[in-house]
Design a binder for this molecule. Structure first.
Ligand code: NAD
Length: 497
């Protein structure tokens, strides 16, 4: 509900039930070994409770059940219009539990409550509802074959899909995977990130309540290196869908090649360019330059971490971005006024601090932030941080920091802006700001990324595909295009006598 105060959220948070059990075959369950791991809240470092630590024996059982359920047809051969009704009911249940899920995500990830409620939970609702509603409107093809023949080209589910997701957007990336995978009739085993499993577990329980048959969806918390690898190398997993870092994505491609060539779709890292021309609406551009990098503490794959500004407005524009950065000082995630929370954990904070040191050593000019703050809270909070005088060869311009650190570069003309933007191993997102329609379109077209904004950043919704070029990945989440990642094309050729 809207307009809750910090006191309201704190009171609700105290009452919340934390369930860290796995969800296998329609039931909440401990790991077979009984092993758990403590789960800490990034906001204040306190322990939220134990989380099941599933191993390969849990995975083996879940894969077997998922396979049997797929083969039984109880879900895979259910009429799309019936699958639709269950998914829509599921979205409604998530909506009914939106405050609970917003708090779970806030406590588990340290994201501001306003974000978890209005962005993460609402994205999950929209994604599941949209994919469910779409699935009985998808037609197969009859190609233009010779008159004495008829061909049917159908999309069939892959079978058993493993989904592995990261800690920075646990709920929305879970929904981006589950919704199209389930809508198209697959069985799914989801492995959340080790430290952020709570909302994935909860929405699986709600899916079951909505009518997902037992055995269709399993959530197994556990380690990436063992459980994640086991799923990715398993011979009876047909599809692998992943959101996470580029190095792990590279491993998953190898695992697929070394096992059964399971269809493998990856959504990976980024170092996204945000290009600002002197003729842009500089006020909007400066406000959004701050949103682009500081939203979610910069722990965002599409973060606009390279601000590439036309040289003649550099100083003025940097001052404007600094003024906006002041609105992004971190605070308690359960306060609805908070714009930025903590880093997910000490290790991530240390990575950010290391890159701040690297930036200084490389000769970039630290013009804002750069330090830890709110130390007494028990969380690892980092100030919004801006480096000017960056060139694109510096590590702070090339490497994904995954923290609130902005690198400001300059350009003289459009060709140079595009060259800098494209000089990256990544190609996930970006934006260009200009009032000249020709400049804006030409630059947007030339930058090699999956999503490009013109006079906005983070634009898009469920109706458009999301994914990367280059080492930012190969799959596409969202929209009807996501269905391609979870289906095989099957041709049936009929000859008439
Ligand atoms: P990560 O790659 O470390 O982990 C992601 C998931 O992979 C986790 O569940 C982890 O347990 C698992 N994993 C780790 N090693 C594995 C292995 N050997 N085999 C199988 N699974 C393994 O990423 P992270 O630190 O959780 O998330 C941050 C990264 O995710 C950043 O690089 C960010 O850019 C990226 N990301 C991309 C998108 C996108 O849509 N492109 C969205 C969000 C985050």
């Amino acid at each position: 509900m809207a307009n809750k105060t910090k006191a309201d959220w704190l009171a609700l948070a105290k009452k919340i039930k934390i369930d860290g059990r796995a969800f296998i075959n329609g039931r909440s369950t401990d790991a077979l070994s009984g092993e758990t791991r403590p789960n800490f809240s990034p906001g204040d470092g306190r322990e939220l409770g134990p989380v099941a630590y599933c191993g390969t024996e849990d995975a083996e059982g879940a894969i077997k059940i998922a396979r049997e359920t797929f083969e039984s047809g109880v879900w895979s051969e259910m009429a799309p219009s019936d699958r639709k009704m269950i998914m829509v009911r599921w979205a409604e249940l998530i909506e009914k539990h939106q405050d609970e899920l917003a708090i779970l995500e806030c406590l588990d990830v340290g994201k501001p409550i306003d974000n978890t409620l209005n962005i993460d939970v609402s994205a999950a609702i929209r994604t599941i509802r949209w994919s469910g509603e779409a699935i009985d409107k998808v037609y197969d093809e009859i190609p233009p074959t010779p008159a004495n023949s008829l061909a049917l080209v159908q999309r069939l589910p892959l079978g058993v899909v493993a989904a592995i997701v990261p800690w920075n957007f646990p709920l929305s990336t879970t929904a981006w995977k589950l919704a199209p995978a389930l809508a198209t009739g697959n069985s799914v085993i989801l492995k959340p990130a080790t430290n952020t499993p709570l909302t994935a577990i909860r929405i699986a329980q709600l899916g079951n309540e909505a009518g997902l048959p037992d055995g269709v969806l399993h959530v197994l918390p556990g380690s990436g290196a063992s459980l994640g690898k086991y799923l990715s190398t398993h011979m009876d997993i047909d599809g692998l869908t992943f959101t996470g870092s580029t190095p792990v994505g590279q491993l998953l491609m190898q695992y697929s090649g070394q096992s059964n060539l399971k269809r493998t779709f990856l959504e990976l890292g980024g170092k996204s360019p945000n290009i600002v021309f002197a003729d842009a609406n500089l006020e909007s551009a400066a406000a959004m330059a701050a949103v682009a990098v500081f939203y979610n503490g910069g722990q965002t794959c599409t973060a606009g971490t390279r601000l590439i500004v036309e040289e003649k407005v550099r100083d003025k524009f940097i001052d404007m971005v600094i003024a906006n950065a002041k609105g992004w000082m971190p605070n308690d995630p359960l306060d609805p006024a908070t714009t930025m929370g903590p880093m997910i954990d000490k290790a991530q904070f240390n990575t950010v601090a290391e890159y701040v040191d690297i930036g200084k050593k490389e000769g970039a000019e630290l013009v804002f932030g750069g330090k830890r703050c709110l130390e007494k809270s028990g969380g690892y909070y980092h100030e919004p941080t801006i480096f000017a005088g960056v060139n694109n060869q510096m590590r702070i311009a090339q490497e994904e920091i995954f923290g609130p650190v902005l690198s400001v570069l300059t350009f003289k003309d459009a060709a140079e802006a595009v060259a800098i933007a494209n000089d990256s191993i990544y190609g996930l997102a970006g934006a260009v700001w200009s009032r000249n329609i020709n400049t804006a379109h030409k630059v947007a077209k030339a930058v090699r990324v999956g999503t490009m904004g013109i006079n906005n950043y983070f634009g898009g919704d469920m109706t458009v595909p999301f994914g990367g070029f280059k080492q930012s990945g190969n799959g596409r989440d969202k929209s009807m295009h996501a269905f391609n990642d979870y289906t095989e094309l099957k041709t049936t050729w009929i000859e008439f006598e």
